[in-house]
Design a protein around this ligand. Structure first.
Ligand code: ZN
Ligand code: ZN
Length: 484
């Protein structure tokens, strides 16, 4: 563990130079299925928190869900008719599946559940609550008073020209429900006058959710509000002139707050497809992933890579290797790849236990074995390459007729060895001995074994596969094949 979180130790050391009380912030916009790339941010933040806590710091981990952000597009995963909601805050749009109070909540819930499974202790804030409850009111007031100074900073740092109609506040139009289309005309106290593109002219109370700060001002405002001292964020915010740079200036100059220690991190790429993103649909969702791997393995994937390095994620064979790597470190006795074999031999969970017992494994931890066998079945159905899949044939496959006399002879000798107390490794070695005895290449014997049992020329590692099968069945099948 210490080796894999080395980067977290380095960051924690830096952070501790700034003081002993910390608020570490994470967050995302729940505009679509939340994927494992989003999870990386939380795991990074959590890892730093854990080290800080170990070193005696007073640390809080928070998560801000940007539920008051507008819907940007009618994404391909949305039902027809969502075009009319573009520009409305996510918290004010109906759930596309109708199961949750609103759109934002629908995509947030599975993510919050997965945080529970990862045993991440986190305080969740929802932006719509923060805006509607008045938490932002004074910060919005300050931003409106300092409109010109902020505009000047944005122009200087981001190198963009700021139109004279620009305001740090985007009013929510009471007529059309959009938070993207109205222009501030003036403000008195907590009220702004606005003119919307829909034609409506109205007044909004920004202490009650009547508007939202534009992102580049919203971010430093929440640093101040929640006293945030450390924050991981996607590296696109970290580019020169990006929102972190402008946030730093606005935080110091307008809000008088020292900006948080930044931890920029790289994206996760899905093998062969590109950057994971909710809006493009290139993603592996958290739920899909947790169906296949235990949460602690997902954490291991993120911790073993420095935040600034991208992760190329391949849910096929490399995922299986990752699980086995994790298991070796943590001394879990049943290799996942063996589980993948076993669930294809056994018909149900009792069958799985039977095969494990036959293979000489300790089966006392029923919960863990149940979880792993479910993971293995899900991996097979969703991500496994065809080469890993097999089915033990119930009758003698016709392919055995094409085996050579020497291959058949080898199967006959192997049949006699079955049942003479052998471990998987010994049985595997036995196949090499038989090949030598008969005078053929070992690969031809392996091939014959797979043809006789699976009806194809390849399969799982032979020794381990053979000890998984029921002895009488195996002996009978190999004899039948040897006489075909
Ligand atoms: Zn829902
Ligand atoms: Zn409007």
């Amino acid at each position: 563990m210490s080796e894999t979180v080395h980067w977290a130790d380095v960051i924690a050391e830096d952070v501790l130079r700034r003081g002993n009380r910390h608020v570490v912030a994470t967050g995302i916009t729940p505009s679509g299925p939340i994927h494992i790339g989003n999870m990386r941010e939380v795991v990074i933040a959590d890892a730093v928190c854990r080290v800080l806590r170990d070193r005696g710091a007073d640390v809080r981990l928070i998560y801000i869900a940007d539920t008051y952000d507008p819907l940007r597009r009618a994404y391909p995963f949305l039902p027809d008719g969502y075009g009319e909601h573009i520009g409305k805050p996510l918290s004010e749009i109906p759930d596309p599946d109708g199961c949750c109070p609103n759109y934002a909540e629908h995509f947030l819930r599975p993510f919050l559940n997965s945080l529970g499974w990862l045993e991440v202790e986190i305080t969740v804030y929802r932006a719509d609550d923060m805006y509607k409850s008045g938490m932002y009111a004074d910060l919005i007031g300050t931003a409106l008073e300092n409109r010109d100074g902020i505009a000047k900073t944005l122009a200087e740092v981001a190198g963009t020209s700021i139109p004279s109609s620009w305001s740090p506040l985007n009013p929510l139009c009471e007529q059309c429900g959009r938070i993207t289309d109205a222009i501030v005309k003036g403000h008195v106290g907590k009220n702004v006058d606005y003119k919307c593109m829909c034609g409506h002219h109205g007044t909004a109370d920004f202490s009650k959710g009547g508007g939202k700060l534009t992102w580049r001002v919203d971010w430093p405002a929440r640093w101040k509000m929640l006293d945030i001292t450390v924050e991981p964020f996607g590296k696109d915010h970290a580019v020169a002139g990006g929102s972190y740079d402008t946030g730093v200036r606005i935080s110091r100059e307008i809000y008088g707050h020292e900006p948080p220690y930044p931890i920029p991190f790289e994206h996760i790429f899905l093998k062969g497809k590109g950057k994971m993103s909710s809006s493009t649909g290139i993603l592996v969702s958290i739920q899909e992933m947790l169906d296949v791997i235990p949460p602690e393995v997902l954490r291991h994937l993120f911790l073993r890579t420095k935040p600034e390095k991208h992760i190329e994620f391949d849910p096929g064979m490399p995922l299986l290797n990752l699980i086995d790597e994790y298991d070796r470190i943590h001394e879990w006795k049943i290799p996942f790849r063996h589980m993948v074999t076993i669930v294809q031999i056994a018909h149900d969970f009792d069958g799985v236990l039977e095969v494990l017992r036959r293979s000489g494994y300790d089966i006392s931890d029923l919960n863990a074995i149940g979880q792993r066998s479910l993971n293995a079945r899900n991996w097979l159905s969703k991500f496994a390459p065809p080469s890993v899949k097999f089915k033990v044939q119930e009758t003698l496959p016709v392919g055995v007729k094409k085996l050579s006399q020497k291959q058949k002879l080898a199967l006959g000798i192997l049949a006699d060895e079955i049942g003479r107390k052998k471990t998987a490794g010994e049985l595997h070695d036995e196949i090499y001995k038989i090949a030598e005895e008969v005078g053929i290449d070992p690969s031809d014997v392996f091939k014959a074994v797979y043809v006789a049992l699976l009806g194809k020329s390849s399969g799982p590692r032979a020794g381990w596969f053979l000890v998984s099968l029921e002895g009488n069945f195996l002996r009978k099948r190999l004899r039948e094949a040897s006489k075909a």
